[in-house]
Design a protein around this ligand. Sequence first.
Ligand code: 5AD
Ligand code: SF4
Length: 440
Amino acid sequence: MTGAKKLYIKTYGCQMNVYDSERMAEALGGQGYVETDTPDDADMILLNTCHIREKAAEKVYSELGRFKGLKAEKPDLKIGVAGCVAQAEGQEIMRRQPLVDLVVGPQSYHRLPELEAKARGGEKALDTDFPEEDKFDHLKARPKAKRGPTAFLTVQEGCDKFCAFCVVPYTRGAEVSRPVARILDEARDLVERGVREITLLGQNVNAYHGQGPDGADWSLARLIWALDGIDGLERIRFTTSHPNDMTDDLIEAHGTCAKLMPYLHLPVQSGSDRILKRMNRAHTAESYLRLIERIRAARPDILISGDFIVGFPEETDRDFQDTLDLIEAVNYGYAFSFKYSTRPGTPAAERDQVDEAVKSERLYRLQDLLTRQQRAAQEAMVGQEVGVLFEKPGRLQGQMVGKSDHLHAVHVSDSDLRPGDLRRVRITDSTPNALGGRLA
Ligand code: 5AD
Ligand code: SF4
């Protein structure tokens, strides 16, 4: 074979996996790989996997099964599994699906070049350690490739909260924050490459406490203020936050930092104190509602989004009604909701499970309410003037699509618009999944 080797990466799950996939592509770029968007001509296939719910985890095996034909045609093809399924199941993956050559957990991506070489040499390569070194220090970007207007930047990883349903503390490990200087360097580099909006990522991003240049631990708010000083960076977002780490300085930043966008993803999971306790959430419905009030006092137009789980073990109709009541009280602008899924090794897996049909019925009712709130929040934008960062052409001729400050998709037809333009837009209409408008 001549020329570059081809790498196909498929990403499942959360935004951190999207960020990690970019870093893996860069790490393998150093080994002569270029990315391809189809598995058919790949020399290496990497699945960056998600373990959060059973369905997500099982998808990996059906996807792997589909590569059997390709591997038979092309014995040199290497197949790897990365991400949280790799971390959780390790060697078991190769046992269950022998065509897998390489398994690498989320904390070991900087070791990919060695693992790739090992796999090329015909050996099985596995690394699911939690090494001491900072993997990001070893994942150097390729020289100055141009980027789109928005980017993710991981600032914190892992979780020490141990919610009773969640695998994250086991797959991503203990909470670790990256040092401030590294984050600022990476942010400046992104801005030089065309990025105008950065979303700071962490499983518990508002628990961020990275070392500052002064040697002290910096809070997320302090980091945001430092990013605010970067010329050319226009918008800052962060996700995902835990209610108990919503500190005063962070709430205040929502009211005073103009680059910090009026959108906050603040999962509550349930509105029943009984269930919250069993989930080990360490907050109540009431404390969450009070927190939302304080955040809205700082930034009245902020759009709140959340995550919900229905059918957590022992959840009764009364508990579920409490969740609906909380949703009514908060009025969400956006939400993700799930049926509880049993995860091996987590405390809730051992408890009395709720009937699948009951879960389905509750999810249906919950989503109906959330969808109505979401539509109303979107429709309330009609007639308003909002900031929009344009990202790419829309489906119609001359149309551009971007995201509003409140993270709504916005279409505008104007042939002068370019990706990366940040403009004021008068919203004129609302369809189920997007807003339309014209330049103000
Ligand atoms: N079952 C269902 N949903 C889950 N989540 C996490 N673990 C589970 C589980 N076992 C949801 C939570 C979390 C989101 C990322 O996924 O709502 O906030
Ligand atoms: Fe999982 Fe989030 Fe709870 Fe951590 S805080 S255990 S990541 S749901």
